[in-house]
Design a binder for this molecule. Structure first.
Ligand SMILES: [Zn+2]
Ligand SMILES: [Zn+2]
Length: 62
């Protein structure tokens, strides 16, 4: 698995996930919250968490 750079903190990791709200590749330290859904796990990064619109979308996501 390739080593990639987190777009939020610059950390290099082979285990980056994609924020569902800004589509950035982020490390687990940059994930503010996550929840498992039928479609898979949804992630929201710390930046998106500061946006009321995106946070609201995360909280109401099915
Ligand atoms: Zn990071
Ligand atoms: Zn994000």
């Amino acid at each position: 698995m390739a080593i990639e750079t987190c777009e939020l903190t610059g950390t290099q990791s082979a285990k980056l996930v994609k924020c569902n709200y800004c589509s950035k590749k982020i490390c687990m330290a940059a994930v503010k919250s996550q929840k498992r859904k039928e479609v898979g796990i949804r992630y929201i990064c710390k930046t998106c968490w500061c946006s009321m619109a995106k946070r609201g979308a995360y909280k109401s996501a099915k």
